[in-house]
Design a binder for this molecule. Structure first.
Ligand SMILES: [Zn+2]
Length: 271
């Protein structure tokens, strides 16, 4: 839509075993019985979209400001936020993009894992609508309550003082030129968001449908240890491939440092 502007937010860096992202990449096989356990330098990526009628909208919110204190020790061991300066905190990154956190009028959550939902701490007790898929809100409670997936989901992020707005359908045009789609696999209620700009074309904000670009760009790969449901992931992946082709969309991944660095070099803001 004319007047829509998109800025990417760079919310820190981690060094993480590649096996979390790419299934079998570090596996010991006959031809390579003692593989090297590669760690990948990844980013925490969110976006802010200035929409002419709906105002500034956030897609994903990154980690809590005091993530190291709030995360369970095993989560920090596997996913240490080893570059997390002031500039990577959500409010400061928004300021650098030209927005006060108080100006945000809506938040769309790709999913509710701790490295995406931590920034919701800024919206507790406010009336700002927090859009998330119904199944993701339910999964969050179940994962924490049963302790089946506590660590990936944090009790502190599941806050009733947030103005939760569930999304129920597979595809919803939330605002003019902004469409969210239910694409499960990494989590049961993952949402991706398509944003149309006038001159820079379409963007697909994919949260952790793809942590890194390889999963989308290379045939035959499947999500690694972070994948929960590979059948549904492949269904979502095929749909996204068709959509990307249809709209010639620019892909933005949940954690690919090379992509955010390339896009930020191209433009501070896409319009
Ligand atoms: Zn993530």
């Amino acid at each position: 839509m004319a007047g829509t502007k998109l800025s990417l937010l760079d919310l820190g860096r981690m060094d993480v075993d590649d096996g979390f992202f790419i299934r079998g990449c570090n596996a010991a096989v006959v031809s390579d019985p003692h593989p090297q356990y590669d760690r990948r330098h990844i980013a925490v990526v969110a976006s802010v979209i200035e929409h002419p009628t709906a105002g500034p909208i956030l897609f994903d919110t990154g980690c809590a400001r005091h993530a190291e204190d709030e995360w369970p020790a095993p989560a920090w061991e596997a996913f240490p936020l080893n570059v997390y300066e002031e500039e990577h905190h959500l409010d400061k990154a928004l300021e650098a993009a030209g927005y006060g956190i108080d100006e945000i009028r809506a938040v769309v959550m790709g999913h509710l894992h701790l490295d995406h939902a931590g920034g919701l701490e800024h919206f507790r007790g406010t009336n700002v609508p927090i859009y998330a898929h119904e199944l993701e809100i339910k999964e969050h409670y179940y994962a924490v309550a049963t302790k089946e997936d506590i660590g990936a989901y944090l009790p502190s992020d599941l806050n009733w003082q947030l103005n939760w707005q569930p999304i129920h359908r597979d595809e919803t045009e939330l605002f003019d030129g902004i469409t969210v789609r239910h694409m499960p696999g990494h989590t049961p209620g993952l949402l991706t968001m398509q944003v149309e700009t006038q001159n820079s074309g379409h963007f697909m904000l994919t949260s952790d449908l793809y942590h890194v670009r390889d999963l989308f760009e290379q045939d035959g790969l499947t999500q690694g240890w972070l994948g929960r449901d590979s059948h549904n992931w492949h269904r979502s992946h095929r749909w996204m491939r068709q959509l990307q082709h249809r709209y010639s969309a620019t892909m933005v991944y949940g954690h690919d440092a090379t992509v955010i660095e390339e896009l930020k070099t191209q433009a501070k803001q896409f319009a």
